[in-house]
Design a protein around this ligand. Sequence first.
Ligand SMILES: NC(=O)c1ccc[n+]([C@@H]2O[C@H](COP(=O)([O-])OP(=O)(O)OC[C@H]3O[C@@H](n4cnc5c(N)ncnc54)[C@H](OP(=O)(O)O)[C@@H]3O)[C@@H](O)[C@H]2O)c1
Length: 342
Amino acid sequence: MQTTAEATAMQRALELAQHGLEADPNPRVGCVILDAHGDVVGEGWHKGAGTAHAEVVALAAAGEAARGGTAVVTLEPCNHTGRTGPCVQALLAADIAEVVYAQADPTPEASGGAATLAAAGVTVRGGLLADEARAVNATWTFSRGAGRPFVTWKFAATLDGRSAAADGTSQWITGEPMRRAMNARRARCGAIVVGTGTVLADDPRLTVRDAADQPAGRQPLRVVVGDRPVPASARVRGNDGRFLQLPGSDPRATLESLAAQGIHHLWLEGGPTLAAAWWRAGLVDEVVCCLAPALLGAGPAAVADLGISTIADIDRLRLVEAEHHGDDLALILNPLNTTKEK
Ligand SMILES: NC(=O)c1ccc[n+]([C@@H]2O[C@H](COP(=O)([O-])OP(=O)(O)OC[C@H]3O[C@@H](n4cnc5c(N)ncnc54)[C@H](OP(=O)(O)O)[C@@H]3O)[C@@H](O)[C@H]2O)c1
């Protein structure tokens, strides 16, 4: 039975968790320490891989007041030594009497924290606001279950579905407000992926920009897939060490390689050939279509051949949200059938 103080503390822990970086390999976690009377004596959140976990930060803030108290945390305390020590040991060392957590840890090497705490005599309860906690780490949670990153495919198109003009130019189809909105979404991903075709045609930077149009402090990995060489002068290379070319054409191999680098959310920016290959492999989980009120009449479609020759085989998507940015419309969509190979 959860107390009101614990429910309030979990709401606060969820708020704290959201100070963390979505693009970080680690999940976003918040923690509130209540003393034996149910008063808040410490708060913490995880700032990202290699830094102290939320429980450790909150315990440090609480000091001696944590003794006999309750730790309220959005994710089951970890049980393993990664870049930092296990939170379970920190909680036991602080003499915490109860642990209330929201989401069970789906990571095999980090899970088991609840059982270890219970075996050591701590009262442990899980599941309080678990759905809300999963939503805070939606793509991280997805990647634990699916064993690969969550893939968002974003493209810009005209009303007639063109993603470039007949001469291959495509910058820019949408206006500045849409590009700013997409920049913010991009920043929440661990990697941006394009094919060699897009790099050779557009020479994009693929960086996240700040309000002054300067590169933001933390950049997603810029990944180019395909065998053709990326020119030494290509802007995508940058000089921050965040560029990677992955040769080959197997999307699953690309996802596996990026998952191994801690990427749990990937932003696929095209072009039409690469997007079609990933779509046909059933590896697109979300679509962001940036639609401009404009016509080209000729030029490549937003996506290449999907192997559909008759209307009965049409691929439909579910509209989740529609956003206006300037004169443009962003449609956020979910594929309805993502597991087919055509
Ligand atoms: N409007 C938009 O949102 C948008 C976005 C991006 C691009 N574009 C436009 O799209 C055009 C470029 O289109 P594109 O289709 O050539 O570019 P692309 O899809 O970025 O690149 C295609 C290349 O990706 C490589 N590749 C890697 N895995 C693959 C797979 N599984 N299947 C097929 N190819 C794979 C191949 O290169 P290798 O031969 O090197 O192996 C292939 O030629 C440009 O005009 C650009 O302006 C528009």
